[in-house]
Design a protein around this ligand. Structure first.
Ligand code: PLP
Length: 400
């Protein structure tokens, strides 16, 4: 008889967004005239940049002509034109990454989840809490031991390494989803030193790097000395360039990143990952890669900056409302997420219900991202400007 992967049975039900949808539906049915503003889900709302649209149209035309048609891409790792554009982009903020160290993918979520294939199941995995749920779920699916590094008000929701605790694989996300906190270079250096000392690998999720506006904050872990011997970085065009419906991202594994196998041989992780991807992934479509390439041109960068600035202004409006109300929060400045302490000592879901009932605004209860999220709440800046302003006016009118 077939046997299932029993690890799934011990996983928490993926109830967060289902529960939110259920509560919103019940509220709308009871109050059909309520004008609900959604500030919960982390999808973007602005369209992709004109430069990307043009590049995709041109590529679609090429696909319809025998001489320029493209079938399978040879390596499945991404066309050179895009890998070179990404490497140049890294260079622009001081991270030295070679085009051959980059693999193009269909978004960071898949790689965040799939990278675990190259690691043994007996590794101890450290995940900051709260965190993007993919890190925890994909490791639990394989039965790995997961331990948590606490992100709390005490450390500004930026967990730091503890030398007395050993971890083999470490997930870091900066700017962070859900807390919006951003590691400084000094803080990241501590993680890099910890990883090099313990023989650990850091999986660094930089999906929100484009939201960093302060030049001293690192946009890539490869701006930190020592990262090339301990880190893998994942990035995405989803939030940077509105590619959530296009699907394109990239993973960087430095050529010197290696581990020692049980037979004493040295194994390069880029080779293992290449082997894994070669077996299970056939590359990203040509038109999408051309659109992605256009994002890295001067024109594309100018165009996406307009959208990012729009979201940044939304974030500023939310943050200044919380400042005015004296509510503690992280994020909002170098991140599209604002992570606030539920006012009046309310729990995450209590605050969710109050906000929905009294302000008709939907956010995300922090508890859904880990135990340290209880009592906190995530708002996103990806909405419409007028609706964000309206939501904040309603927020200010709340009584606790
Ligand atoms: N990493 C983080 C922290 C995210 O918040 C998201 C999306 O919300 C992703 C990765 C995945 O993005 P995508 O698969 O759209 O590239």
């Amino acid at each position: 008889m077939v046997k299932i992967n029993e690890n799934f049975l011990s996983m928490k039900k993926n109830y967060l967004f289902i529960e939110i949808a259920k509560r919103v539906k019940a509220f709308s049915q009871a109050h059909p005239d309520a004008d609900i503003i959604r500030m919960g889900i982390g999808d973007v709302t602005l369209p992709i940049a004109p430069a990307a649209v043009e590049a995709m149209k041109k590529a679609a035309d090429e696909m319809g002509v025998k001489e320029t048609f493209r079938g399978y891409e040879d390596s499945g790792a991404g066309y050179d034109f895009l890998k070179e554009a990404v490497a140049k982009y890294y260079k622009s903020f001081g991270a030295n990454v070679k085009a051959d160290e980059i693999r193009i993918n269909d978004g960071a979520k898949a790689d965040c989840g799939n990278i675990v294939d190259i690691f043994g199941d007996d590794n101890v995995v450290m995940i900051t809490d709260p965190a993007y749920p993919v890190y925890v779920d994909t490791n639990l699916m394989n039965g790995r031991k997961v331990i948590y590094a606490d992100s709390t008000e005490g450390n500004g929701f930026a967990a730091m390494p503890d030398d007395s605790v050993h971890a083999d694989i470490i997930y870091l996300c900066s700017p962070n989803n859900p807390t919006g906190s951003v590691y400084t270079k000094e803080q990241l250096k501590k993680w890099v030193d910890y990883a090099n000392k313990n023989g650990s690998v850091i999986i660094f999720d930089a999906a929100y790097e484009a939201f960093i506006s302060e030049p001293d904050l690192p946009r890539s872990i490869f701006q930190i000395d020592g990262a090339r011997t301990c880190a893998i970085e994942m990035c995405s065009l989803s939030k940077t360039a509105g590619f959530t419906g296009m699907r394109c991202g990239y993973t960087v594994i430095p050529e010197e990143l290696k581990v020692t196998a049980s037979d004493g041989s040295e194994v390069y992780l880029a080779q293992l990952w290449g082997r894994r991807q070669g077996s299970k992934f056939n590359g990203v479509s040509y038109p999408v890669q051309r659109a992605a390439e256009a994002i890295f041109t001067d024109e594309g960068q100018k165009q996406i900056k307009v959208n990012i600035d729009y979201y940044r202004e939304n974030a500023r409006i939310i943050a200044s409302t919380l400042d005015e109300m004296g509510i503690y929060y992280t994020g909002g400045k170098n991140s599209p997420y604002i992570w606030l302490k539920c006012p009046g000592g309310l729990g995450s879901w209590e605050f969710f219900d109050k906000l929905l009932a009294e302000a008709n605004v939907v956010g995300t209860p922090g508890e859904g991202f880990g135990k340290n999220g209880e009592g906190y709440f995530r708002l996103t800046a990806f909405g419409d400007r007028e609706r964000t302003k309206q939501a904040m006016e309603r927020f200010k009118a709340l009584k606790f």
